[in-house]
Design a protein around this ligand. Structure first.
Ligand code: PRP
Ligand code: GUN
Length: 191
């Protein structure tokens, strides 16, 4: 096994083989197009500042941007609470946006909304920085009974069940973000 690597190729193949495909590549593509249409309808006249929530936003945001054919600025924000694990902990800030938020319409783009603690922290921070309006877009919405009260994404690509999911930007212990579909990990692989 190469140095510094946490999971072997065989272990990762096993995780994928045992997983359930929830949304195949075509369904993910349709979800991205749905997001783009709804975001365009709502925000195309606002010159929004689009903030990708690293790292999970990379794939959905990269796929979304070419469909957003109106003036926008792009920056990123980085806060994490899963740390290559399947269990969320406290939110740790890694990077704040360099673009001033004061008076701006901000669109936060992320891969998944689950318990909502990440978006809660990001929304509070954007408002504290003076954003005029803050919208949220996620590729995958996971309705979770433990969801932070009031946290609902404004724009949703697809819905996933209350399972640990990966692919289309979402990681399994730091891996598998590069799969083109969305998969639910087998219960035995969840911790
Ligand atoms: O709604 P929540 O329960 O707070 O979880 C959602 C967050 O969890 C993941 O981030 P993670 O901390 O794993 O970092 P990542 O973007 O590097 O995957 C995901 O990208 C969301 O930002
Ligand atoms: N990859 C991944 N990240 C998450 N963050 C919160 N829930 C999830 C999930 O189900 N999968």
């Amino acid at each position: 096994m190469p140095q510094g690597v946490a999971l072997t190729e065989d272990e990762l193949s096993g995780v994928v083989a045992r997983a359930e495909c929830l949304h195949d590549a075509a369904a993910v593509a349709a979800g991205i197009e749905r997001l783009a249409a709804e975001i365009t309808a709502k925000l195309s006249a606002t010159q929004p500042l689009v903030l990708g929530v690293m790292t999970g936003a990379i794939v959905p945001l990269g796929r979304l941007l070419p469909y957003l054919q109106f003036p926008l600025e792009l920056d990123y924000i980085h806060a994490t609470r899963y740390h290559k694990s399947t269990i969320g902990r406290e939110l740790v800030w890694l990077a704040r946006p360099q673009t001033p938020l004061r008076g701006r319409t901000v669109l936060l783009v992320d891969d998944i909304l689950d318990e909502g603690h990440t978006f809660k922290g990001l929304l509070d921070a954007c408002r504290e920085e003076g954003a005029e309006a803050v919208y949220t877009a996620v590729l995958a919405d996971k309705p979770n009974p433990r969801r932070e009260p009031g946290m609902v994404a404004d724009f949703i690509g697809v819905t996933v069940p209350e399972r640990y999911v990966f692919g289309a930007g979402m990681d399994y212990k730091g891996y598998l973000r590069n799969l083109d579909g969305i998969y639910a990990a087998h219960r035995d692989d969840e911790d």
